[in-house]
Design a protein around this ligand. Structure first.
Ligand SMILES: Cc1cc2nc3c(=O)[nH]c(=O)nc-3n(C[C@H](O)[C@H](O)[C@H](O)COP(=O)(O)OP(=O)(O)OC[C@H]3O[C@@H](n4cnc5c(N)ncnc54)[C@H](O)[C@@H]3O)c2cc1C
Length: 343
């Protein structure tokens, strides 16, 4: 159990800048995100697209903005807990909050900042009843250790970049080679980089990769192990593809998920906050960025940044009760310079 001043749920631009603002007020933070990397929508949805409305930065890509936010928060070294979804948020008798993730990480925090955006980005599941019991042993949603596929009949499912890249990568392995690699997609059209599709087709032509067009409809087991995938073909027949490992690349989709279960006031799936501290209906729990709503709310990164400042000052009254927290300028405050390591 980690005891901390603050836990930030979400490492998008709002969560990252929140950690910076908390740092200026000497409030330590842990940041949790369901994605295996920070950046939220900027990284997941538009890493290479330009943003033109960040004050003082005439143009930067989603990735550049995230890199800059990470660089800015570095002096405060927030601890990142990535690839974990916050599932539980509960007030304890002593007034602090118990926060738990789906991988078992637990925190006791004085304050919580929900920066969950449009929800946790989680992998779109392969919808075959009962298949979930193989997750982690024979069913994989994330790129991982090639060892997991060594010597196995692997089926890669999907038709976008991630799927084509995964199939090509597995078919080209020189060590820990799978016994066979099959790319399964519902049609013979791929939304992936042209070069990658060419590489895939070359491997198919060379017999190193099998391409099957069809939809998975069921699976077969041998003992307690997954043994094959049943696939409906466009011709109307069903074929059985031997499979002892599945790599599903159906992309990610945001899920509001547990945020909706924390007994906080919601309006159209958004957390209702005041505009003085961006506090939710539960004192000590703040919400910033796309996840919150208030009169006039605009889902813009700039607006999220403003919300982070006021939420940090709001949290200071909880973390340092009775202590005056004056506003100081980063330009002139020697205390802030010391905190930022720029003395
Ligand atoms: C294509 C596109 C272009 C855009 N262009 C602009 C622009 O030019 N200018 C602008 O200002 N805005 C733009 N936006 C909007 C901007 O990206 C969002 O306003 C911003 O990302 C919101 O930041 P956030 O941190 O609130 O949420 P997000 O960026 O959505 O990040 C939230 C994070 O929280 C995580 N999370 C959620 N729930 C949990 C949980 N329970 N446990 C763990 N983690 C969780 C998610 O995985 C995610 O990483 C654009 C958006 C899109 C889609």
């Amino acid at each position: 159990m980690t005891e901390t001043d603050a836990v930030i749920v979400g490492a998008g631009p709002a969560g990252l800048f929140q950690a910076f603002q908390l740092g200026l007020l000497e409030i330590n933070a842990h940041i949790v995100d369901a994605l295996p990397y920070p950046g939220g929508q900027c990284i997941e949805l538009y890493p290479d697209k330009p943003i033109y409305d960040i004050p003082g930065l005439p143009v930067c890509t989603g990735r550049e903005l995230v890199d800059r936010l990470l660089q800015q928060v570095r002096p405060f070294s927030p601890t990142f807990h990535l690839g974990q979804q916050v599932s539980l948020l509960q007030r304890q008798e002593d007034g602090r909050f118990l926060i738990e993730t789906n991988t078992g990480t637990r925190f006791l925090a004085k304050t919580v900042f929900i920066a969950a955006g449009v929800g946790a980005f989680v992998a779109r599941a392969l919808k075959l009843e009962g298949i979930e019991r193989f997750e982690g042993s024979q069913l994989f949603y994330r790129a991982g250790d090639a060892q997991a596929f060594a010597g196995r009949d692997v089926i890669v499912l999907g038709g976008e970049d991630e799927a084509v890249e995964a199939a090509v990568g597995l078919a080209q392995l020189s060590d820990n080679r799978p016994r066979s690699v099959t790319l399964l997609h519902r049609r013979d059209v791929f939304q992936a980089e042209a070069q990658r599709v060419d590489d895939m087709r070359a491997l198919v032509a060379a017999g190193a990769l099998r391409l099957v067009i069809g939809q998975p409809t069921g699976f077969e087991v041998a003992g307690d192990r997954l043994a094959a995938l049943q696939v409906a073909t466009p011709e109307g027949s069903t074929v059985s593809l031997p499979a002892d490992a599945l790599r599903v690349c159906y992309g990610l989709s945001p899920k509001l998920g547990p945020v909706a279960d924390w007994n906080l006031a919601l309006e159209r799936k958004q957390l209702v906050v005041d505009t003085e501290q961006f506090q939710t209906s539960e004192p000590g729990i703040f919400a910033i960025g796309d996840i919150n709503t208030y009169p006039g709310k605009k889902k813009l990164i700039l607006c999220a940044f403003h919300e982070c400042v006021l939420a940090a000052f709001g949290a200071a009254t909880v973390v340092f009760p009775g202590k005056a927290v004056p506003l100081q300028y980063t330009t002139t405050s020697t205390r802030l310079h010391a905190l930022l390591g720029v003395r």
